[in-house]
Design a protein around this ligand. Structure first.
Ligand code: CDP
Length: 235
């Protein structure tokens, strides 16, 4: 192991939905030459499987039905040179676009409350991070997946700011969405993610808080890079 390898750390970024975790996590990974892993994409892919197989509809999920078919779900990430990002594959099919749409967003939080689903995802996430040099974002990364992560960041912003950002992102992609519907989705997910029994969204005691309601992308990245360099120096 050379000097650089021995200094690789794990960076866990948790926080509320739509507060820009993935933006900062991706930029940070790029600056450090680390792998970026979007744990939410894995829960989204499971949700898409449930929707396609009539195991989720109208906001409800057939929990036992989904648990029984968990073994059929294979999730992978493959690098796309054109978009310069990892894209999510469900059983060999690129589902990166589809998992970001509202039907999946509306069912993902109930799917993510299922203990067996979480156990299967956490196992894969730990495997992907075992060599360090990774930035992973989600809800339980600093608390459950990597409680020993050298740097933990807990991100938040007001629900209105988050809904507006998600609205801008989806309309820029040409999707027809309503701001009030998105705000409701953001608030519903906050409630379910924070109130669930299994690995609720919670700040780890040793996580640093990043409230980016009034920070732009450059400012938040600068803050995160400085924190990461401090930790790399000290480990
Ligand atoms: O991008 P956004 O913050 O809106 O959501 P995401 O990170 O794609 O995650 C989608 C949903 O998956 C969240 O609302 C959580 O319910 C769930 N999730 C989770 O329970 N644990 C994780 N580590 C990541 C996501």
């Amino acid at each position: 192991m050379n000097q650089t390898d021995s200094k690789k750390i794990v960076i866990a970024i948790d926080g509320h939905s739509s507060c820009g975790k993935s933006t900062v996590a991706k930029q940070l990974a790029k600056q450090l030459g680390y792998l970026y892993l979007d744990s939410g994409a894995m829960y989204r892919a499971v949700t898409l499987f449930a929707l396609r197989n009539q195991l989720a509809k109208n906001g409800t999920v057939d929990e036992q039905g989904l648990i029984d078919r968990l073994e059929e779900i294979k999730i992978e990430f493959h690098w796309n040179e054109a978009s310069r990002q990892n894209e999510t594959y469900l059983n060999g099919e690129n589902v990166e676009e589809e998992i970001r749409q509202l039907p999946v967003a509306n069912h993902v939080s109930p799917v993510a409350t299922i203990k067996e689903v979480r156990q299967a995802m956490v196992k894969q996430q730990q495997e992907l991070g075992k060599n360090k040099g990774i930035v992973m974002d989600g809800r339980d990364i600093g608390t459950v997946v990597f409680p020993q992560a050298e740097l933990k960041i807990f991100m938040t912003a007001s629900p209105e700011v988050r809904a507006q950002r998600r609205y801008d992102e989806l309309t820029a992609k040409g999707q027809q969405v309503q701001l009030d519907e998105i705000l409701k989705n953001v608030e519903d997910r906050d409630r379910i993610d924070s109130g669930r029994k299994e690995s609720p969204l919670m700040r780890a005691d040793d996580a640093l808080i990043l409230d980016n309601s009034y920070l732009n992308r450059e400012e938040q990245l600068k803050w995160a890079v400085e924190r990461a360099k401090e930790r790399i120096e000290n480990c």
